[in-house]
Design a protein around this ligand. Structure first.
Ligand code: MN3
Length: 212
């Protein structure tokens, strides 16, 4: 079955008061994300992807290095955006994290503010397009990391993402112009739904259920 654009879990105007306007969501979800889905579906036959889950395709494309890039660029971005829409919500924001997530951020990353600083630094320092991540590392500890373009911590083998932020300009240009640090600050303080992030930590990450 071909891949599909997952619907947003809220309306395109739902995050406007939190710094992500309707036009950003219409374009980013309806045009950019949809283009990755369409392009990935166009590769299923030629790249022998039929029957594989999206997660398997991302991991295998990452292991294939340069040869895997044409698939990773589309499959990774499809997966990354599927996570991105889920970790934001109209109920997002604030500094009240579920206890299990707060405790693990304290023990593994030195507290909420240290985590936010590290996440912002990862996003600001990613040259060009890419993603900032909070992941469960292969040693079981939370880590902050970043990846370029369509790569992600599944494709690099670093671990399991539970929070991701798109730092390509299309994610923030309408709301924050060229000021990526302000977009990242706003994302962490107003948009992230920490209940969802804690749920992903408990579940061991996102499984899209999508198969080629
Ligand atoms: Mn994007």
């Amino acid at each position: 079955m071909p891949f599909t654009l997952p619907p947003l879990p809220y309306s395109t105007s739902a995050l406007a008061a939190q710094g992500m306007c309707q036009e950003t969501l219409e374009l980013h979800h309806g045009k950019h994300h949809n283009a990755y889905v369409t392009a990935l579906n166009g590769l299923i036959e030629s790249k022998g992807l039929a029957g594989k889950s999206l997660e398997t395709i991302v991991a295998e494309a990452g292991k294939a290095g340069a040869d895997g890039l044409p698939v990773l660029n589309q499959a990774g971005q499809h997966w990354n955006h599927a996570l991105f829409w889920q970790v934001m919500s109209p109920k997002g924001g604030g500094d009240k994290l579920p206890g299990n997530l707060a405790a693990k951020i304290d023990s593994d990353l030195g507290g909420l503010q240290a985590f936010k600083d590290a996440f912002k630094q990862a996003g600001v320092s990613q040259f060009g397009s890419g993603w900032a991540w909070l992941i469960i590392g292969t040693d079981g500890k939370l880590k902050v990391t970043k990846t370029p373009n369509g790569a992600n911590p599944v494709s690099t083998g670093e671990g399991t993402p539970i929070l991701g932020c798109d730092v390509w300009e299309h994610a923030y240009y309408l709301d924050f112009r060229n000021v990526r640090p302000n977009y990242l600050e706003n994302f962490l303080n107003k948009l992230v739904d920490w209940e969802v992030v804690a749920g992903l930590m408990d579940k061991g990450g996102l499984t899209t259920g999508q198969t080629a």
